[in-house]
Write a protein that binds this ligand. Sequence first.
Ligand code: SF4
Ligand code: SF4
Length: 406
Amino acid sequence: MDFLSEHKKNCDQCGLCISVCPSYGDLGILSDLYGYLSESPKSESEPVSLPKNPDHDIRLCYTCNVCTVTCPQDLGIRKLISLAREKKTKEFGISDEQRLADPFSDNNMYKKIGEWEKPVVFKNEGKACDVIYFPGCAASCMNKVVGKSTAKVLDAAGVHYSVMSGIDYCCGSVAFGAGNKEPLLKIGQKNIDEITRRGAKILVTTCPGCYRAFKIIYPSLFGELGFEVLQTSEYFLRLIQEGKLTFKRDMTQYLKKSTPLILYYQDPCHLTRAAGIYNDPRRALQAVPHVSVANPSPQDSICCGFGGGVRTVFPQKSLSQAAKIHGAAENSNSDVIITNCGGCMKNIIESGYNSKSRLLVYDLAEFLSLACGNPPTERDDQKLIRLSNTALIHCLSNYDFNPYDG
Ligand code: SF4
Ligand code: SF4
């Protein structure tokens, strides 16, 4: 039975998915999706109409997967949205928003940013090594503090590693998630071949999208990989347990806060619900002296609003969602928000400008690098936000959101 038939048969319309969904507010989304997915085009020139109710726009889904994990029947809304996005792509072609993440398109936003600002230059690019770090487009070209800090932590632990960085080594997962599967199908095997050619035993990814691509999507499409795939938090924890990564700096004193320093760990949806990683980053943070994690489990974790293309199409909505993270962190008396995804980090920083939050925002690797005793990693938040909005303006004809310019 296909997923649509299974959904129609087994969904008892209990409404639990809607009660937790940060985007849709009524079960009419399900009947609209059933209708759209069941209908065939009358002719090539007359595609099936998308849901007309603006509250049921399929672009509103953050792909956070909260509905999937909440549904007692393992159904939810997100999988229907993914099918609808794929169908829309087949009928209407690739949209400008989907081209943004396509590494083969000149309208790729990371390529655009890379033309204005040099991507991070990592040492050991192209070398054979047991460990390869794969920062992905975001940590190479846009949220560079993530890529640079990860390299500093690996250096502090004495790891010999090689790097595959930049747009040349996009994983293809963002385009894939937006309903455009072609880039990942073209690039996936090439990435695997390159890692195999370098003789790697371990691939370390930063971005949850890259992790999901290598850990889940590639093996399902291309077969077993022949090397281990770890997210940075998993690898950092392993290095801590092996005694290779140690923390010399008292972060409470460094940040001039009282002991213990309270951290709010932001679970990235695509790492937590989509890939099951939530313990390792918390355990890595708890290895730093005098800190405590305010939210010890991912229960009730909040989507940052960045994913599923919502930040691109509905920027205000996306940033309002991210502001909820500041609220949750403040309510738990936290001093610092720790992120573990370049996209989450950018959205949380940007929403903090609007909500005038008092909280500091650090990437996991950035925080751990500081705790190792390293000097701060160079970072310019305003430039990051301005660059990404400017790139969207250049790549999309209908994007005009850039309140921080000038
Ligand atoms: S939670 Fe599952 S069963 Fe309940 S309405 Fe949503 S999809 Fe249907
Ligand atoms: S994935 Fe998230 S935003 Fe999308 S329908 Fe499910 S709960 Fe709502």
